[in-house]
Design a protein around this ligand. Structure first.
Ligand code: GLA
Length: 389
């Protein structure tokens, strides 16, 4: 029985009703890292690892949530929406944001589980937030557009959960399209779906199995460093609103010698945006090898200039780079652990997998887990609700 079916069975047993079933995917990002909160570009896609949710309305104001995978339960009420400091906050945050936007809700029941590996940086929290927002929009006919749901999830994460993340993860999970990446301009929120012309090439994630506690504090520090660069340049160029408006010439002239740390952070972001634009052009021309080179450039920038990598991620990229059939490799997501993303030729996949597993184990004592990702549609209904028999 699939996980979605198991969730539906569990829901029927618990709540004696037929659920609405939602699938809400995790994401990868091909290039454009730490650019979303700098009003830059990102190139993510929704993948076939997802949060699944069985959900149905209640007649009262109660909230009954079951986290199927960890066998935990939360019971609360719409009348008392405060952080619970647990997984329930991802759901409560979305409910709170809906209420703040003036939507009237009733209580609801839900059972959810997932196939997104935890702590691997594949955005299970964004997928969960999107799942519940999407579900409530359906259940209570709120009439919200997908983009509004994306913004709602981001506010839930920023204001209720307390993680000051950008918009990429929610956007990718909600707006994904099978077989395509999303080129998102995080300033205007304009987006296109360049087709992925990568026949015979697979997207492979290598999980470092490392999650440094640094990730949250360093993420906030990087944001602050970029903001400091922008604030300084604004005194000279009043039209600058974000690093999107900044050029390497401006950085070289005003920051390189006087504020070397801020210079490196800002220069990474300005260059990463350019790598993304050049990379998309290469992909559109079907030149995956050229795209792969931009991925290596991205990793080097993240590791040396933005300093959000770690020895394990650098090692995984270093091993991958030496393997036949690997076109590109880089750390993915916030950094300090999680996965690398690799473009690997299908006919070399087995030897890639064996070599990287063995060498990583030999050098770190850790196992790496490999995940092959297919690109799928964003958050969607799997089966419409029918009356309980
Ligand atoms: C995390 C955040 C995203 C983005 C990436 C880095 O995944 O949730 O908003 O900033 O880091 O690109």
């Amino acid at each position: 029985m699939s996980l979605a079916e198991q969730l539906a069975v569990s829901f029927r047993n618990e709540f004696q009703a037929e659920p609405l079933l939602i699938c809400s995917p995790g994401r990868v990002n091909l290039i454009g890292e730490h650019t979303d909160y700098n009003e830059g570009f990102v190139l993510p896609a929704a993948i076939d690892k997802a949060i699944y949710m069985a959900v149905g309305p209640r007649e009262d104001n109660e909230l009954h949530f079951i986290a199927f995978d960890i066998k935990k339960r939360f019971t609360g009420s719409l009348n008392n929406l405060t952080p619970n400091h647990s997984w329930a906050d991802y759901l409560l945050g979305v409910v709170t944001q809906l209420r703040l936007t003036g939507h009237s809700l009733r209580g609801f029941n839900c059972v959810f589980g997932g196939t997104i590996p935890m702590g691997a940086g594949l955005s299970s929290s964004a997928a969960l937030e999107n799942a519940v927002g999407f579900a409530l929009n359906e259940l209570f006919s709120l009439g919200l557009e997908r983009l509004e749901l994306v913004k709602l999830s981001q506010r839930a994460e920023n204001d209720f959960v307390g993680a000051k993340v950008g918009i990429m993860d929610m956007f990718a999970s909600m707006m994904g399209k099978a077989g395509h990446v999303i080129k998102l301009d995080c300033r205007s929120l304009d987006y296109t779906y360049p087709p992925l012309r990568m026949d015979g090439i697979r997207i492979v994630l290598c999980d470092s199995r490392v999650k440094h506690s640094l990730v949250t504090s360093e993420y906030n520090t990087r944001r602050a460093e970029c903001e400091a660069g922008v604030r300084f340049l604004q005194t000279l160029y009043p039209d600058v609103n974000s690093l999107r408006d900044v050029t390497m010439e401006m950085l070289d002239k005003h920051l390189r010698d006087t504020q070397p740390l801020i210079y490196r952070r800002c220069a990474y972001v300005v260059q990463e945006n350019q790598r993304l634009l050049d990379g998309v052009a290469a992909l559109e021309a079907g030149d995956v090898a050229a795209f792969g080179q931009y991925m290596y450039g991205s990793h080097e920038g993240l590791s040396q200039w933005y300093e959000v990598s770690c020895p394990e991620l650098d090692l995984l990229v270093g091993i991958a780079r030496e393997q036949p059939g690997v076109l590109g490799s880089r750390m993915m997501g916030g950094g300090f652990g999680g996965c690398t993303i690799n473009l690997v030729r299908e006919d070399e996949l087995d030897s890639f997998s064996q070599t990287i597993t063995q060498q990583y184990k030999a050098k770190t004592g850790k196992d790496t887990y490999l995940h092959i990702c297919n690109i799928q549609d964003g958050t969607h209904i799997m089966q419409t609700s029918v009356s309980a028999a």
